[in-house]
Write a protein that binds this ligand. Structure first.
Ligand code: ADP
Ligand code: SF4
Length: 688
């Protein structure tokens, strides 16, 4: 199939200063949890993006000097010769596929942790580290300005040596250049503070330094936030930034613009839709003749074309869509639109960076595993035998196992008790704000439909005896998990005694099938992720008087790593939900809930007509144990192996179930060893 001509505009080359991008698909800088520590993993992953058709492939934020250090969050660096060699791995792979390679030069300032290098960062003034570490930056003096220029110049020259085509000045996200830009953060009274000419001086100088150093052969890009990070009458305020932009609009070769708020730029699909950045940047194209790129979690080629045709952007920026589907451009080019694996906006990808471990993705289980496991997002190794496989359960784990086994060529039978595919994603996606979760099912279902060697049986609950009747060589149990009603969780390591009556205790599974409580409802959250807040808001909107009680001290605390925590808590506040933190439930008599303080055990009581327990899930693993018993006692017929995967093995986010499905499928009958062990990556600096 070839592409529809209406998408031709996406494949027109575009000149960016002295270089030319082959098409309009632009992988913007995005963090990976790899950075300077894991160059081989990075290079392989970025190379696959280029193979998948992205015209430009960028690094993550790349430090120009050790005083800009963000560990625990892994960042790239261009400090020395070893970094040049490490980046060469990436640029070579990117160039192999005709794409441009870009590097986002970054000097942090006050946000830097410098926990690794122990250098003192400098900034506009001496201010506290905004991540909460008990350190302050120092105020920049004249020597610091001279040093900064030198560091940018040196890093740009190293970038050139490393083979990059585009070099960035990173000027947003509360880092140094952004802090000089804004009157709300720049309180200097020298030539770098005060009026807009002075506030724009540092950015102008930085662009000049980059241009002088490498501008003849490399494009100079700026990452910029075009709004003032405030809303008025539900509209972004842009006046001050617009005035600033006028000073610099024609200086770089490309503008990469994103809303000032991470909550918008990197908003989860719970709160931000495709194209959510647009209202924040509407004036940018009018004020510059230079190419403009912006993200918007774009997965629909129609929306992409629309963005370009309406003159909002010249290139389609993508981080998450390129993570979920590194081959998105190729699929559009080849007219394979239904094969696009659409990002679901869960931000599990961002947790890698925040937790200091390699990136992962819910939709793309190969993300981050390209080098160390040799996984490819589009290609799987061929089957090793004529074996057949029975997959029990069609949640994300069973679906992905079926998909990857089917593509390997195995004969697969997928048996699902319900009348629909999807397991937890089908159920959760019916909850408010989680509708995009269904894409996990949609993509995989679409893929099986094409495979003659995959048979799907819905409405087919299997007992152990039924499973053996299928006479499959291998059986994989992906039967998921159920939410617990007994209060067991991370705080209550045995169930809560005196909890009743059971008709007044609910779980998320009840809510998802429409069994809803009434009246005064306590949502008890010992889970710390999205489920508690989603249900609390849903019930409040349905007319209940909801109190959100949690054993921790904020709502959705895991959301700190996905960026959604502040938005989730704001949303609960706006919904009028009462929140009670750091309290555990001791007992419930159908009217009074006895609480105890997590710090002091001080007792208190609140009244409720019902409790929704969001604490932990119990693996649905009876079938696995029964089958194991049969196989081990010689009654398993021809069964060669039996495994459990996904939530049935160990409940976890959807990403883990998808990953488990892929891993099972690729490990099956594979004796090459590569799928069983992890290759460990190492930076060249460690090699003497
Ligand atoms: P995971 O996230 O691990 O994929 P889910 O809970 O999403 O798990 O999905 C498990 C699926 O398994 C559900 O759709 C459920 O209906 C199905 N299932 C559970 N037990 C059986 C069984 N004995 N036979 C067939 N299907 C089952
Ligand atoms: Fe999208 Fe979630 Fe994958 Fe990130 S982890 S790219 S948000 S599907």
């Amino acid at each position: 199939m070839s592409r529809d001509p209406r998408f031709d505009v996406l494949f027109q080359p575009l000149k960016i200063g002295p270089v030319t991008a082959k098409n309009r698909f632009y992988q913007v800088p995005h963090c990976t949890g790899m950075g300077w520590q894991r160059p081989n993993m990075l290079a392989e992953m970025r190379g696959i993006k280029a193979e998948g058709g992205w015209g430009v492939v960028n690094t993550e934020y790349c430090s120009i000097h050790p005083s800009s250090d963000d560990l625990l969050c892994p960042y790239a660096s261009l400090w020395d010769e070893s970094d040049i060699r490490a980046h060469r791995l990436m640029t070579d792979k990117v160039h192999e596929h005709g794409a441009l390679a870009g590097v986002e030069l970054w000097y942090s300032g006050a946000p830097a942790s410098n926990l690794y290098t122990r250098e003192v960062p400098f900034d506009v003034n001496s201010k506290p580290n905004w991540k909460g570490f008990p350190y302050q930056s120092r105020k920049m003096d004249k020597q610091d300005f001279r040093d900064l220029r030198q560091w940018y110049r040196d890093a740009a020259l190293r970038a050139k040596d490393a083979g990059f085509d585009i070099v960035y000045a990173y000027a947003n996200h509360d880092d140094l250049l952004h802090n000089f830009q804004r009157s709300g953060t720049n309180d200097r009274n020298d030539g770098y503070g005060g009026n807009v000419q002075n506030r724009s001086r540092l950015l102008r100088e930085t662009i000049e330094v980059l241009k002088e150093a490498v501008g003849e052969t490399m494009a100079v890009a700026v990452r910029f936030s075009p709004d003032d990070d405030r809303m008025k009458n539900n509209k972004p305020v842009t006046e001050e930034t617009r005035e600033f932009f006028m000073q610099v609009a024609e200086l770089p070769d490309l503008w990469d613009v994103t809303a000032a708020s991470w909550d918008i730029e990197l908003g989860t699909s719970r709160f931000v839709n495709e194209g959510g950045n647009e209202p924040y940047m509407s004036y940018v194209k009018e004020m510059t003749t230079k190419p403009v790129v912006a993200v918007g979690r774009f997965t629909s080629p129609d929306t992409m074309v629309n963005q370009i045709k309406r003159g909002v952007v010249d290139m389609i920026g993508a981080a998450r869509p390129s993570i979920a589907d590194p081959f998105l451009p190729k699929k559009v080019e080849e007219g394979r639109y239904e094969d696009i694996r659409e990002c679901i906006g869960c931000n599990i990808c961002y947790t890698g960076d925040q937790l200091g471990v390699p990136i992962r993705c819910t939709q793309n289980p190969t993300m981050g595993e390209e080098w160390r496991r040799g996984w490819h997002p589009e290609r799987v190794p061929e089957k090793k035998s004529e074996s057949s496989v029975l997959v029990v359960g069609a949640g994300p784990a069973g679906l992905e196992a079926t998909h990857a086994l089917g593509k390997r060529g195995y004969n697969v039978m997928l048996s699902e008790a319900r009348k629909e595919l999807g397991g937890r994603v089908a159920q959760e996606s019916r909850l408010p704000t989680l509708s995009e979760w269904i894409r996990v099912k949609d993509y995989r279902e679409e893929q099986f439909l094409k495979l003659p060697n995959v048979d799907v049986f819905l409405d087919s609950y299997l007992s152990a005896e039924d499973a053996l009747l299928a006479e499959a060589d291998h059986i994989v149990i992906a039967t998921g998990a159920k939410w617990r009603a007994d209060g067991f969780g991370r705080t209550n390591t045995i169930n809560i005694e005196n909890l009743g009556p059971s008709g007044q205790i609910f779980t998320p599974d009840d809510i998802m099938v429409g069994r809803l409580p009434k009246g005064r409802v306590v949502v008890f959250d010992d889970d710390y992720y999205y489920m508690g807040p989603v249900i609390a808001e849903m019930l409040q909107k349905a007319g209940c008087q909801v109190t959100f009680v949690s054993t921790t001290n904020m709502a959705c605390s895991f959301g700190i790593y996905t960026t959604e925590q502040p938005t989730a808590q704001r949303s609960l506040i706006k919904a009028g939900i009462k929140m009670v933190f750091s309290q555990n439930i001791d007992s419930y008599d159908g009217e009074n809930i006895a609480l105890s303080c997590m710090y002091t055990e001080q007792p208190s009581v609140i009244q409720a007509d019902a409790i929704v327990m969001v604490t932990a899930r119990l693996p649905t693993d009876e079938l696995y144990y029964q089958l194991q018993e049969l196989v081990e006692s010689g009654k398993g017929g021809a069964t060669k192996s039996i495994r459990r995967i996904g939530d049935c093995e160990a409940p976890a986010p959807i990403a883990s179930a998808v990953y488990a499905g892929r891993k099972y499928a690729l490990d099956l009958e594979d004796d090459s060893g590569i799928n069983y062990s992890l290759r460990r990556d190492i930076n060249f600096t460690n090699i003497v």
